[in-house]
Every structure is written in C-alpha cells, then in structure tokens.
Design a protein around this ligand. Structure first.
Ligand SMILES: Cc1ncc(COP(=O)(O)O)c(C=O)c1O
Length: 369
C-alpha cells in the first residue's frame, strides 16, 4: 500500500523495558498499553512485553482488555476507566481488574455479587490531587472501612495518579505523595490486606523514586520518549516508532512560487518540491509545518507550506529525490532522527498527543531484530 508507515521496533521496546527495569529494580512494571499502545499497536506491544516477563498491563476500556485477552495476553489487566455495571459482570469472566473510584461503585459491586456471586478484582483509586477519577482524600477512611466490612469486594490494590510528576518543580507531586501515604496509614490501621500499592508513572520513575511502592505504571518511557523536557533524561531510550512516508512526485519550481494552502510558503530560489503522501488525517501534526522538516539521506528538508489532509510538500532544494523513496517524519532510521520530543517542544504539545494521533491510513509494520 502506498502511504505512511509506522515501523514499530519491538526490539527497541524490549531495550526500553530493560532500561526501566534497571531503574526500578525489583518493582514489577505495569505496562500501560491503552489507546492502542499509545498508537503503537496494543497487541504486538503487549505480546512482546509479556514474553519479556511483564505480568501486569493497563488499558483504558473493557474493549481494549477484550482485544488483549482475545490475543492470548494472559497477564493481569487493569482497566483504568470508571467501572460500570455492565462491564463489571464481564470483568470476572475475563479475569480483568477494575478500578473502584467512587462510593457508588461499591453498590454496583455489592449488587453484582448478590445477583451473580461474582466478585471481580478491584484496585481502589484515591484522588490525591489530580481531580479526575478517584475517591476524594477526605472520604478515603470511610470507603476503606466499607471495604473492610464487605465480603462482596475483592480489593487487591490501591493507587493514585500524579498530576505533575513530569514537571521540574516536584512540590505538588510531593504533596500528592504525602496524601497517599496518609491513606496508606489508614489501610494499615484498619489491617486491610491490600497486595498492591502503586503511584508512579513515567515522570515519577525519573523524578520521585520514593513513590514506586509495589508496582510502577509505565507508558511513555516504554515507547522510547521522555514524558516532558523537565524530567532528568537519565535513561538510554530508543524510539519504538519510526514514522515514514513515500515521495510520490517531484517537480522543479522557480523562485517566488507559493506552495500549499494559504500561500504560507514561497520558494526563495529555484528548487525541487516533492509531494509526500502523508497528511494530518494520518496523524501528522498540522502545526509542525511552520518549523518542521523531514529527513532524507541524512539531510533535513523543510516542510513547504501547510500539511494537507492526505499529503504534504517538502522543499528539497537542489536535491532531486527518488520517487518512491520514503522520508523520515518522526523517530529514527538510516535517514537520521526526528525525535517526538523535538516536535513536541517546537509545537508546544507532548509525545503522548503525537503518538496517539498516528492512525488514519497508516500501515503498522512490526519488526524485531
Ligand atoms: C492512571 C495512569 N497511570 C499511568 C499512566 C502512564 O503514564 P506515563 O505514560 O506517563 O508513564 C497513565 C497514562 O496516562 C494513566 O492514566
């Protein structure tokens, strides 16, 4: 198929996993594979990591968990989205773990048990400052007491999520951690037997190792990018995704010729304009055109004018590229490197947004050397 390709280097995924393992020591890694493995392809990502010994995965929806189970991912799977009565029933049969994030969820679980005798595994989510899902800090004690007194709830884990772990100033994250530790003291006081306590994400692994507890939930570092430019870049990461697209035509144009929508780009000399078959509908970020470039034979070539829905133009200068050759749009290969971190900084976004946008007509090709 002619069009953009995401070459997924599973060997780099394994490399990154081993780097993270070195950092966290014996603490098991819960690999976060939601949103199609951050755009990388959840099933091959999970299979590769499972073969490496990963015993915990996290996804966002029940459907994502079902996809992994249907493809022989037998490890534990935690579903991050808010629990609901319908899928709570399926969770037990699929042997996946749900989160309990508000008081009403307890009623759903009690009702499920009374109707069916089913008792899915749950992890209790405490909101320590993200103000998204989670039991409010002030309600933690009463919910823990309810859990202690109800036979219908199988609470295997307790966790929270950082709002700012990847930022240079650790004060808010430290405050969240303090709140979580206070809640863990209540767990001890009530003599609740909860197997897994977890808090760290990629940012915290780099910034706040004291929050690693019994499990770390890692996404971005596995995919080979740092979550922000404010974390210490202390791991040797390799980009897992290499995003490429073919040159489908080239023509010579004169000086002062406008290129693409809006006439935002005007040639400043006689030059070669190539058309690359990848557009914003495939996930390439449109604002990148202003300062963005592609790599071809170790040279940078400026994106010429606005990225269109399905294609984009590139100013190749005096170079006459071969039709059918593929240019590098993001990642690293023989042409050079354009890291997601660099694009993110240039257009004020994050690698999370860049990776999960990759889709459209992009063909994913999985390689392992
Ligand atoms: C609850 C939760 N834990 C962990 C992660 C993983 O974060 P990261 O990719 O920064 O490691 C996410 C990702 O958004 C998340 O929502």
């Amino acid at each position: 198929m002619i069009g953009p390709k995401a070459i997924i280097h599973l060997d780099n995924l394994v490399h990154n996993y081993r780097q993270i393992k070195k950092r966290v020591g014996d603490v098991p890694i819960m690999a976060v594979a939601k949103a199609n493995g951050y755009g990388h392809g959840a099933v091959p990502i999970a299979k590769t990591l499972q073969d490496e010994g990963v015993e915990f995965f996290a996804v966002f929806t029940m459907e994502e968990a079902q996809e992994l189970r249907a493809n022989r991912i037998d490890s534990n799977i935690l579903i991050f989205s808010r629990l609901n009565a319908e899928f709570a029933e399926a969770a037990n049969d699929l042997d996946v773990t749900l989160i309990l994030s508000q008081k009403d969820d307890i009623e759903i679980l009690i009702d499920l048990y009374n109707r069916t005798g089913k008792k899915p595994k749950i992890h209790l989510k405490i909101d320590t400052g993200m103000t998204r899902l989670g039991i409010a800090y002030k309600d933690a004690r009463s919910v823990l007491e309810l859990i202690k007194n109800s036979q219908e709830i199988n609470c295997e884990g307790i966790y929270s999520h950082f709002a700012t772990a990847d930022e240079g100033d650790p004060s808010y994250a430290k405050w969240q951690l303090k709140q979580f530790n206070n809640v863990l003291n209540i767990v001890e006081e009530l003599e609740l037997d909860i197997k897994y306590r977890h808090f760290s994400n990629s940012g915290a692994i780099l910034n706040l190792p004291e929050s690693n507890f019994d499990l770390v939930r890692v996404g971005m570092l596995l995919y080979g990018a740092f979550p922000s430019d404010e974390v210490p870049q202390i791991l040797d990461l390799k980009p897992v995704m290499q995003y490429i697209a073919p040159i489908v035509t080239v023509r010579q144009v004169e000086k002062d010729v406008y290129v693409s929508y809006g006439g935002k780009y005007k040639t400043d000399r006689r030059t070669h304009i190539g058309v690359v078959q990848c557009g914003f509908a495939d996930g390439l970020s449109r604002p990148w055109h202003e300062n963005g470039y592609v790599m071809y034979n170790k040279q940078k070539y400026k994106i010429a004018g606005r990225i269109c829905m399905d294609q984009m133009s590139v100013d190749f200068g005096d170079t006459v590229p071969n039709i059918g050759d593929e240019v590098l749009l993001m990642g690293q290969n023989d042409h050079g490197a354009i890291l997601a971190e660099e694009i993110s900084q240039t257009i004020s976004t994050t690698p999370y947004v860049l990776f999960t946008a990759i889709g459209g007509r992009t063909e994913r090709i999985f390689v392992k050397e």
